[in-house]
Design a protein around this ligand. Structure first.
Ligand code: C5P
Length: 228
């Protein structure tokens, strides 16, 4: 089930619902991240689920296995469609996350944040292997722990599928239309290129949320990403 996920990076419930008003009658897949979840809480998530939206809740859990297991039990009760954890929390933590969440919700891992480069990994974190090797190793750990996929760059999607199988999901941000400003993203691809590279889901924020016509931008994204 490939799809376009709109990153709802808004400061609160009101701004999010106002943005969604123009989508009336359509139900795009939504990403709710830390900013919106910490401001709006579980009640917004429940309301959107009742409205029929699919939701990727991006809280990137990273704690001791027992704490993550318990937290995942709570998130499972929200009925969201996908959630995520940091692969750096170890295989034991990811297995605990899977146990807590059950099998009804997809569980993804963040491998290395794209804000971390190889120099910082080496000098601050003392991780001396090449970035790509670390990403693929963490993806394999996630697959072995029973997760459904990883969040990664579209440029890494083929490598992840090669290492973990075609059915292992790659959810990829860093998407821009060819005509867009890149903004703070560094390595970007278009929806059509993300499709060619094998991404399963693309996460798109500003190219849709700041478009003059967000519905048209979302439809264009879906057409470019989903049409073979
Ligand atoms: O506005 P834009 O399309 O850049 O938004 C991309 C979304 O994907 C944001 O919600 C951002 O937090 C998220 N993201 C990202 N890069 C990552 C992981 C998540 O841009 N490596």
């Amino acid at each position: 089930m490939r799809d376009v996920i709109i990153a709802c990076d808004f400061p609160g419930t009101e701004e999010c619902l106002r943005f969604l008003e123009v989508f009336r009658g359509r139900q795009p897949y939504l990403k709710i991240g830390m900013e919106l979840f910490y401001a709006a809480g579980p009640s917004l998530v429940r309301k959107l689920k009742e409205g029929g939206y699919s939701i990727f809740l991006v809280l990137k859990l990273h704690d001791i296995p027992n704490t993550v297991r318990s937290a995942m039990r709570v998130l499972a009760g929200l009925g969201v469609d996908m959630v995520n954890v940091h692969a750096a929390g170890t295989r034991a933590m990811m297995e605990a996350a899977r146990e807590g969440l059950g099998s009804g919700t997809k569980l993804l891992a963040v491998t290395q944040l794209t804000s971390t480069d190889e120099a910082r990994m080496r000098e601050e974190l003392l991780i001396t292997r090449p970035l790509e090797e670390v990403v693929l190793h963490y993806a394999r750990n996630a697959a072995e722990a029973g997760l459904d996929g990883v969040v990664c760059s579209p440029l890494e999607a083929a490598g992840v599928h090669g290492a973990c199988g075609e059915g292992f999901l790659t959810v990829t941000p860093g998407i821009r239309f060819a005509t867009d400003a890149v903004g703070d993203q560094v390595r970007v691809t278009t929806p059509a290129i993300a499709r060619e590279l094998g991404s399963d889901y693309i996460v798109v924020g500003r190219p849709i949320t700041r478009a003059a016509d967000p519905v048209a931008a979302w439809e264009q994204c879906r057409k470019d990403f989903l049409t073979e």
